[in-house]
Design a protein around this ligand. Sequence first.
Ligand code: ADP
Ligand code: ZN
Length: 745
Amino acid sequence: MLIDGPSELIFDYALPEGVSALPGCRVRVPLRNKTATGTILDIVADTKVGFELKPITSLIDPEPLITENLIHLAQWMSNYYGTPLEQIMRSLLPGAVRQETHSAKTRQVAEISNMPDEEELEKLSRRAARQHSILLLLKASGPLPVSELGGSSVRASVKSLQEAGHICITTEKVRRDPDAGEEFLESTPHELNEGQRRVCKAICDSIDSSITQDSGDTSTHPSTAPKPILLHGVTGSGKTEVYLQSAQHCLDQNRSVLVLLPEIALTPQTVQHFKSRFSALQDKVAVLHSHLSQGERFDEWHRIRKGEAKIVVGARSAIFAPLPDPGLIIVDEEHENTYKQENPPKYQGRDLAVVRAHLEGCPVVLGSATPSLESFQNAQSGKYNLLRLTERADGQSLPLIRIVDMRMEAKKQKGRPAILSERLRMDMEKKLEEGQQVILFLNRRGFARSLQCPSCGHVCECQHCAVPLTYHRTEERLICHLCGYQSVVPQACPKCHDRSILLQGYGTQKVEEVLKKVFPTARLARLDADTARKKNALRNTLRDFRARKIDILLGTQMIAKGLDFPNVTLAGILNADLSLHAPDFRAGERTFQLLTQVAGRSGRGEMEGEVIIQTFTPHSPSVQFARHHDYEGFADQEFEFRRQFGFPPFSHSALITSKCSHERLAEFTLQNLHQRLSRNLPANIELGVPNPAPTPRAHGLFRFQLLIRSASPRILSRHVQEVLASTSLPEEVSLVFDMDAYDFG
Ligand code: ADP
Ligand code: ZN
């Protein structure tokens, strides 16, 4: 039994005779003269404790709210991420479900049980006109909710009719449907092309073989779980159609399907595809996302738990959807960082999908045009099966990518280059004249800045880690955030001795101003974190763009994701260097992904697409391989760098961050911890040194961080947990352990 509450309490209780319960059931139990609530983790015939157990007080729900496999998943997470089980259970079981204040919504429905004959009706119309008209209404329309019979004014009449035996009233559950009122037209399946057919068959075979192996036994045997599948399909190769048809096959075998998307708000099209394709099974599709009301969430949860919803589409946390017997798990755009939960408990949704599929004994499909290097490495080592789609589904070629060297632009402009290069401006003009649409992309994120020379493109890097050094204004220093190496700020470029070395940076707003001047008649919309804050802004803007009411769409990361607009023939990336020179060993990978994904937005219709990348470092591998649509070439050279410096996927790296309003205390605490960690350090762990975070101060707290790497995540996690458990921390300091960290900010 796991007791709810901040302290991790796991106790044994007795199950009274005649009470049956299963793991996952919520119960009330006596605890120190009070009653507490909790979740049953396991039921055993015999415990080893040497005293008489107290019995549970009562069951809150007769049926378990989560499945046994989800309890196993939670236990796995607790070990791997070094997080208390109770905290994990809290994100597993949403408040809307675990709190007893939420319940199913019901309504009363009236129905005729015994219609009076003509004579009696006649009498009734004179004596009680209201009762008479209610009867006629029910006769004409069939059963109706009592609330629709005329409100409180008819309550007495309804009661009389019920007492006279003319009508009967039943209580019925009402589903709070998040998409009520929306209509989804059924879509017909595309005829698969050859590549899609091959991939789809491989997935369906895997589904079939996992079901045969299951032999009706629901407690799965992990050893027989099929290998995860990595689906590497270029942008526009029709992965969605493969998902849809594999999902259909899974439903035909009477198994359910779980689909994870990077972010529901940003991928309305994919949700739409699933809803439309399975619109005949409308209420068999459940959608889980953060904008559901508590009531909607409660209802969706119970529909899933009872097996009424056969397809669950959701963001990261939908990995905890309590589907009783998933036959297929799909993770679309598996490389996306949004699968990483950055609030505690920190977890990687895509990795959990792989673990859950293993526990359930079903296949998992990780799909992307730019797979994460972690997944690709697993495919190369044979842990995953690799499936490929190398061509666009509609037979179109991938867009032509041109690189604009911003160093040359800087020379033309004598110092500061313009935001729009001549090439980009001219091509935009042409496309707009032809009535086609343009997407402009600016990746502007974070506060950490690297120094770059506008004349030769040189970026100051760490000698030990080969990641860019970050400029710290207060100390006037350049710092490496992975190893702590520091250097002075150069007065001129170390390579070409130009004196105009500069901090990268301008935002989407600035670009918007420039665009308005250069293209005064074009219809322009901006999508970034600021503009998307308004309710429905995102959805409305995308709808207007689709309807061609907007000519130029300018935005941040959020417009790089799977959008499919056939009339877009030019995608421009304003400054590829912004993401390339972030102080993070994944910067190159992220840039490659971004460039490829943005490029993938262009030329998806009849017309050929074009892409322009503006950069100060045109020869960087991320830019060059993206230009040639060469994912594997990129992966090969990036693997070399990662291997050489011992970064993932050749190690697991964890970050420990200390935060405190006193700078010295934050630093000292981490130094102290570092010392303790270095004692009895297991052989295969590499311990970094504490240093200030790239964002050294946020929300009034000073931040220091420490990087730890190991080939074995379990040994790493266990060592950190053991040391943390024996270390008492100053109250003012908070420590965060982030296993498989993605955010080094
Ligand atoms: P991806 O997700 O791989 O980037 P999409 O699933 O968005 O690609 O598919 C790209 C386009 O190709 C969509 O407009 C889709 O309707 C279309 N499409 C998919 N499969 C086929 C097919 N077999 N024949 C024709 N068009 C297809
Ligand atoms: Zn370094």
